[in-house]
Design a protein around this ligand. Structure first.
Ligand code: ZN
Length: 285
């Protein structure tokens, strides 16, 4: 695929859904992988070519695992190449370590990690003045989520399947997904064309602990690739339909503030506090 075609697809998404607006301060959540790197470079290019008066920064969470420093080096290189400022947030800043949590909870580590990322990717950039958080989620990710949610009858989640998730609470940042209409392979080619270094696969910082959740997802990526081979343009058509479908589902639970930390949540106590603060108390007793 030609890089021009890739860029024009992504630019169209940015323009159509107003992902970038004047006076924005956008934090791009960088994992070291090809997808978030693509989000950074494509946003940078869009802002420059359209002379949008806004700020773009990289944001990275260092999970403190044995491979985290190697990942951080790659992220630093990406930000340097994109000439954007990078903010690194070490998990140890909040006195949390994934290895500890693993001993205290029966929940799979991937879901613990998801809770952490969602929490910190909203709280830290907001406290640093961000207006939006951009992620590298792409078309294939959303298609996999979509099929799994439909099969599991979790229709509520479909309301979140759009390129721009508006803020539902003063403390909740707007989330943007510029790569909504392009796939993972296209992101790889884009990064390679710019010679941007990236970590192979979106690395789980604890892969060495045998976190195998990705095998199931891999199967779904394969299924989607197979349909696309049989039915050209399947992914693009599906995504266009999913955006329209998302309008039929509303985010019904209104957000309130967590009674422990004050961060936005749909429940009395947020997912982060349930895992880290409550578990910690249990240990003290
Ligand atoms: Zn909380």
């Amino acid at each position: 695929m030609k890089i021009e075609a890739y860029l024009s697809k992504v630019f169209r998404t940015i323009r159509r859904f107003k992902l970038v607006e004047p006076n924005d301060r956008i934090f791009v959540a960088l994992s070291g992988g090809k997808d978030s790197a693509s989000a950074l470079f494509v946003l940078k290019k869009y802002i420059e070519e359209n002379s949008v008066d806004c700020e773009l920064k990289g944001f990275h969470i260092n999970f403190g695992s044995p491979i985290s420093n190697r990942v951080q080096e790659v992220v630093e290189k990406q930000a340097e190449m994109a000439e954007t400022k990078l903010i690194v947030f070490p998990l140890k800043n909040i006195g949390v370590s994934l290895a500890d949590v693993r001993k205290k909870t029966k929940r799979p580590l991937c879901s613990v990690c998801g809770v952490l990322k969602r929490y910190l990717m909203n709280k830290v950039p907001r406290e640093m003045g961000a207006t939006k958080v951009a992620t590298g989620h792409h078309m294939d990710d959303f298609l996999v989520f979509f099929f799994k949610n439909v099969l599991g009858q979790n229709f509520f989640w479909i309301s979140k399947f759009k390129p721009k998730l508006e803020s539902q609470h003063p403390k909740m940042l707007c989330k943007i997904r510029p790569l909504f209409m392009v796939g993972g392979e296209e992101n790889r080619l884009f990064c390679e064309s710019l010679n941007v270094p990236f970590i192979e696969e979106d690395v789980c910082p604890y892969t060495y602990l045998n976190c195998r959740i990705d095998l199931k997802r891999e199967k779904w990526y394969r299924i989607i690739r197979r349909i696309e081979e049989e039915h050209k343009n399947f992914r693009h058509q599906m995504m266009t339909s999913i955006i329209k479908m998302s309008e039929f589902f509303t985010t019904k639970n209104s957000l309130k503030e967590c009674s422990i930390c004050g961060e936005p949540t749909s429940q009395e106590i947020c997912g982060f506090c349930k895992l880290f603060k409550l578990n910690k108390d249990k240990n003290v007793k």
